[in-house]
Ligand binder design. Structure first.
Ligand SMILES: CC(C)(COP(=O)(O)OP(=O)(O)OC[C@H]1O[C@@H](n2cnc3c(N)ncnc32)[C@H](O)[C@@H]1OP(=O)(O)O)[C@@H](O)C(=O)NCCC(=O)NCCS
Ligand code: SF4
Ligand code: SF4
Length: 305
């Protein structure tokens, strides 16, 4: 078959929908690959941004910007007429501070909202929060709330725990939980902010390490590693995928192999739970949710130490 050669050249147009920052663009041309209306064609010169062939046909879907792996390399320049229609979003102001008594009710409510049906039908983490503050192992200085403008959107609470060392010594460590971000505010970095802020504070207070039970997919992003790496198992002397550790200084857990023993506050007295929970709005309990299956999968992944 005869091979036809086509030459494409940029059509003159007053619209200039895309602005490339050539210092940031790595020339991967992924933006060209996702454009549904073929406005962009890959640049024949390797490492350069694609050529904007039909600028006037861009409908400003933003796919190219979302696909771009290099932040700031590409931005959309809406036509003046459209720019006038957009009202800038009110910038949200995030703050962190210690929890105070007037926050207690709200924190328990957001905890219930975040954990409801997450790990099991319903939840009892809000009752744990309610009991934890009065417990001897509770670390008040690290009990932190995150505010999005004036709304309490997240909370983290810490208790003292220990590693019962194989050498017969006890090593004091911290454990956090519940860690809560109100649905609607999740996946916006609030959980990360709470962990990072309190981890620095805990280090400054002289603590050795933080050990937690949770989903490794989430906590590995925050610097946690399997506690198994340090020879630490759970209280039943099992290595558990859910058990993860974060050293607060280099080598903090070296020589601390043993069993992790969390505060007794987690052995909850549930006798008053129903009466306590009845003060909250009625919510449906659900079974078989993906998050519940994931919880069982992570919790069940353990082997003898
Ligand atoms: C889990 C929880 C605290 C995370 O807080 P968040 O503010 O939503 O999370 P962040 O926005 O800080 O997420 C931090 C990172 O983890 C990722 N992430 C969030 N949830 C995740 C999950 N369940 N699995 C894997 N990764 C996850 C985010 O994409 C983000 O990654 P990035 O920084 O690379 O973009 C929050 O979703 C929550 O309260 N969930 C319900 C209660 C709960 O399960 N608490 C933890 C009990 S162990
Ligand atoms: S905004 Fe949409 S239509 Fe315009 S160039 Fe990007 S991907 Fe193509
Ligand atoms: S996706 Fe981003 S980095 Fe890649 S070519 Fe397009 S603008 Fe450049």
């Amino acid at each position: 078959m005869e091979k036809l050669d086509f030459t494409a050249s940029v059509l003159p147009c007053s619209a200039r929908p895309l602005i490339f920052d050539e210092n940031k663009c790595i020339g991967c041309n992924r933006c060209a690959a996702v454009c549904q209306v073929d406005i962009l064609i890959p640049n024949p010169v390797k490492g350069r941004p694609p050529v904007v062939l039909y600028p006037g046909e861009c409908y400003y879907c933003g796919s190219c910007v979302m696909e771009c792996p290099s932040k700031g390399a590409l931005r959309l320049e809406h036509p003046l007429m459209n720019q006038a229609k957009f009202v800038p979003l009110k910038e949200s102001r995030r703050t962190l501070r210690e929890e105070a008594p007037p926050d207690y009710e709200t924190v328990e409510r957001i905890t219930r909202e975040a954990f409801w049906n997450k790990h099991e039908p319903g939840c009892c983490e809000h009752y744990l929060v309610h009991q934890m503050r009065a417990h001897k192992d509770f670390v008040r200085e690290l009990d932190t709330v995150a505010l999005d403008n004036e709304t309490i959107a997240g909370n983290i609470m810490y208790t003292r725990a220990k590693i019962a060392g194989d050498d017969g010594r006890d090593y004091e460590v911290l454990c956090f939980g519940p860690l809560t971000v109100l649905p609607g505010y999740q996946n916006k970095g609030i959980g990360r902010m709470l962990v990072e802020y309190t981890k620095e504070k805990a280090a400054a207070m002289g603590f050795r390490a933080i050990l937690i039970c949770g989903d490794p997919c989430y906590y590995s992003r925050l610097g946690f590693v399997p506690a198994e790496n340090f020879g630490i198992g759970n209280d039943q002397d099992m290595y558990a995928d859910a058990l993860q550790a974060l050293e607060l200084y280099d080598g903090a857990l070296c020589g601390c192999a043993g069993r992790f023993v969390e505060s007794e506050v987690f052995d909850m007295d549930m006798s008053g739970f129903e009466a306590y929970d009845s003060h909250f709005p009625q919510k449906d309990k659900k079974t078989g949710l993906p998050s519940q299956k994931r919880f069982l999968e992570v919790a069940g992944s353990r082997r003898p130490r």
